[in-house]
Design a protein around this ligand. Structure first.
Ligand code: SAM
Length: 688
């Protein structure tokens, strides 16, 4: 009886894919982007310029388009891109996290040693959001994002979704749901590792799956090829003429036809053997004449005249054509590098599928655990885009998709929520010769405002209650609220606390007020908690605090406070601002050089023990630094930089000399990114 009822219920349900908590309505919160940096010059270009003296770069800098590297959760990033980019992206490749914590682990280098950076709280949150409720939450996360991606795709666009076999079958069905089964084209099996030897209960798990879907039936597709195998060529292509080597091949196809393609020619009647004439397009091309108005038999006559056919000696035998060796075999849907197959392919020394080999010790390897090979993405971009296409990857990791798009001259947009992913990608792009200008963006204070609105605003007509925000931050800082003060919000033991606003940087004036109020209250220690800081504030406040006898500390409010689960778990860490000392020196010719003098991370106990052991000098903490010679108190324009790469561990501690074209006052902004991916800035004022 029970079974009958169940069957009835299933019959009445619409066909579809279900998971617990499925929500098909997707939020589209549009937040404005903030440009935090513009990067116009690659290291390689700069070095080339230095050598040749050529200003290769100016022309490109004039172009309006800027490629975009965006730091943030792709759910908000994609929704915020919709107003400008709906229907405009021509190819999306994504490689979302699909199972293990390795998704966020990064191997980092300090001096000559290395250590593995564990996921940050934000990255950990993404991981838990994805897998917190197992497959259900994973499918919901993917569904929401795929819906947004579909909206961003242009009418002849494609999407490639790279996943592991542990989730691929579910994702295939979600993709069918979002893009339609008719727009499914391929399930590519990509060999991702060498063979495993010790296996007791399964065949060696060595492949990932890449699904290829299009938005409509009118998608861009330029199939690429691989070389023929040497054995095939040696066995078949035994003849040679002045066009090259060839094999005799059939000019007919199976099945009879009524029209001229079924009629006899040169004593051979295709209909008698159940076939018809099928002249390959390649053969027509070789004729080099317009064949559109010619009959099949006339074309065959022309082919014969051009010595492109092989006529059998036996009367009535089937004529063949000379099939010359062309580009190779179109790529199939198994992309599997085969080690030790050197010499197997015709005309090359490469092994089978060497261009899509998994990464081992290759030069392109950056220490990003889940980094994919450039060759893999290259096949995809070459097949599914044109030269003016826009390519995107919203789970960009170490930036492979953008790096390949850049090298192939495509425009690109990339996003990732990992601070380190953004930093790794930025450095990777800088290393590409001739890299075109790009911007680094985030949703910055707007994301915080949105969070504050959602978290603290109870009714839409109500002003955001400030005290709730303050109370919340104080609680995370393990401090008590303080009543009756104007600029002081709380107390932790003997230390008084001031909390900066969500949507504005903490200013020098604001800190001065807090210092004055601390003194008035007869206290001598003050902590300032802030999201962002007025530039160059560090030294001045320190001097002001010292002069007034107040012990001052500045702490960053981490992005993790926006994460409910990190908050629930009490995992929030407030980092004390790093200390940076820089100096601008002027040479006899009036040019300026900026030198790094010191860098310190105040709370050493926040630094993992294994890192502290490796560090020998202050500059070991610095991974990258950059200079904007003419900072306009807005976006940081990267005009010079020095950074460590896996190969080149040395960091310059002095810039090249810079000559100003105009006389007067200039602000120089120096930005340092430490080995944890945090940035610290400092502003210097010079007169030229
Ligand atoms: C498997 S890795 C991508 C690796 C990349 N294909 C490469 O070649 O380096 C997945 C990336 O997705 C990012 N990610 C996970 N959830 C995200 C989200 N909600 N928004 C943006 N990025 C996310 C992670 O930070 C990680 O860098």
């Amino acid at each position: 009886m029970e079974t009958v009822k169940m069957t009835e219920e299933i019959k009445t349900m619409p066909t579809g894919l279900y998971w617990q908590g499925k929500k098909t309505e997707v939020d589209r919160i549009v937040l404005p982007f903030q440009t935090i940096e513009t990067i116009n010059e690659s290291r390689a270009t700069r070095e080339k310029e230095k050598k040749t003296g050529a200003d290769m770069f100016k022309e490109e800098a004039n172009a309006n388009w800027h490629n975009r590297l965006i730091w943030g959760d792709n759910k908000y990033v994609m929704a915020s891109l919709l107003p400008e980019f709906a229907g405009k992206i021509d190819l999306i490749y994504i490689d979302p996290p699909f199972a293990t914590g390795a998704d966020f682990s990064v191997k980092m280098e300090i001096g000559d040693a290395s250590w593995t950076k564990e996921p940050s709280a934000i990255e950990d949150k993404a991981y838990r959001d994805t897998w917190g409720r197992g497959l259900d939450s994973y499918l919901q996360m993917m569904y929401e994002r795929l819906v947004l991606m579909r909206e961003l795709l242009s009418e002849n666009a494609s999407i490639y979704v790279h996943v592991g076999p542990n989730v691929s079958h579910y994702i295939k069905v979600v993709l069918d749901d979002v893009f339609g089964m008719d727009n499914y084209h391929s399930e590519i099996v990509w060999r991702r590792s060498n063979s495993h030897n010790k296996l007791t209960d399964q065949y060696g798990p060595i492949h990932d799956v890449i699904f290829f879907f299009s938005k409509t039936s009118a998608f861009t597709f330029h199939p690429t090829t691989r070389p023929f195998s040497r054995g095939y060529i040696e066995e078949r292509f035994k003849y040679r003429d002045n066009h090259g080597i060839y094999q005799p091949n059939y000019l007919t196809g199976p099945g009879t036809r009524k029209g001229e393609s079924g009629m006899p020619w040169h004593g051979f009647d295709p209909t008698r053997v159940g076939r018809h004439w099928a002249i390959p397009a390649k053969l027509r091309e070789l004729l080099n004449i317009d064949t559109s108005a010619m009959t099949t038999q006339e074309i065959l006559d022309e082919c014969l005249k051009a010595e492109l056919l092989v006529i059998p000696k036996k009367e009535g035998g089937q004529p063949m054509y000379r099939q010359y060796l062309n580009e190779g075999v179109p790529h199939q849907d198994v992309w599997a590098y085969q080690p030790n197959t050197k010499g197997v392919l015709y005309g090359t020394d490469e092994c089978i599928d060497e261009d899509v080999k998994w990464l081992e010790q290759e030069e392109e390897k950056l220490g990003y655990e889940t980094q994919k090979p450039e060759g893999l993405i290259q096949r995809i971009i070459e097949t599914s885009t044109d030269s003016d296409s826009l390519v995107a990857d919203f789970f960009c990791g170490s930036g492979t998709t953008g790096a390949v798009a850049e090298k192939l001259g495509r425009r690109w947009i990339m996003a990732d929520l990992g601070r380190f992913a953004i930093h790794t990608t930025r450095k990777r792009l800088l290393g590409i010769e001739g890299c075109k200008p790009f911007v680094v963006q985030n949703l910055g204070k707007y994301e915080r405002q949105y969070w504050q609105g959602v978290t603290f605003k109870k009714r839409s007509d109500e002003q955001i209650p400030l005290y709730e925000y303050i109370e919340f931050i104080l609680k995370l800082y393990k401090a008590e609220p303080l009543a009756g003060m104007l600029h002081l919000h709380g107390r932790k033991g003997k230390r008084l606390i001031h909390i900066g606003a969500v949507d504005a940087p903490v200013t020098f004036a604001e800190i001065q007020e807090a210092i004055a109020e601390t003194k008035k209250a007869g206290q001598d220690s003050l902590d300032i908690l802030g999201w962002e800081w007025e530039m160059g504030l560090h030294d001045v406040v320190e001097k002001a605090a010292k002069a007034s006898g107040v012990h001052l500390r500045l702490f960053s409010i981490p992005r993790d406070v926006m994460d409910d689960r990190a908050v629930e778990k009490g995992e929030i860490t407030f980092y004390e601002l790093a200390y940076l000392d820089v100096e601008a020196q002027q040479d006899k010719a009036g040019r300026f050089v900026v030198a790094l003098k010191d860098f310190a991370i105040p709370n050493l106990d926040l630094i993992p023990q294994e890192v502290r052991k490796i560090v020998k000098k202050w500059s070991d903490y610095i991974d990258y630094w950059a200079v904007d010679w003419d900072w306009n108190e807005d976006t940081f324009h990267n005009m010079w930089q020095s950074y460590r790469t896996r190969k080149e561990r040395k960091l310059e501690l002095k810039t090249d000399a810079h000559a100003y074209e105009t006389k007067g006052r200039h602000l120089i902004m120096v930005k340092v990114i430490d080995i944890f991916g945090n940035d610290t800035t400092k502003v210097l004022e010079v007169k030229s």
